[in-house]
Design a protein around this ligand. Sequence first.
Ligand code: FES
Ligand code: FES
Length: 155
Amino acid sequence: MSRHKISLRVNGQSYELEVEANRTLLQVLREELEMTGTKHACERGDCGLCTVLIDGVPTKSCLALAVEVDGREVTTVEGISKGEELNAVQRAFIEHGAVQCGFCTPAFIIAATAFLKRNPHPTEEEIKEAIGGILCRCTGYRQIIDAILDASRKV
Ligand code: FES
Ligand code: FES
């Protein structure tokens, strides 16, 4: 398998890597950069649990080849808050009990944070649409939607 040199920024830090052509961004994040907050689940674009931001846009990292993110800016859940301080979405998830097993939480936090930047005062329907591609087996979504609504009143 041929290898390619890529450079990308992840959470504000620059990386130069050599990757195989079929290596996904998810694999690079978890296995090479040891950022395991981004979850590895279905690996075929169905669950949304591997969502990260590429140039600010929520993207399923299991479907993105590492070579495709050459020169791009990636944000993972590890880079979503300022240092130790949780952001408004993270705080709201805790306050509303929107974290149960927590496996889906990084993806929702990433997607909701980017969504509220684009649409700071969303309706409930708009929130449902924004998070529609991410699956949660525990919460029934009510607490997650309430948390994002609450965060939208505080950002
Ligand atoms: S692991 Fe990427 S969509 Fe499920
Ligand atoms: S909290 Fe368990 S999958 Fe969502």
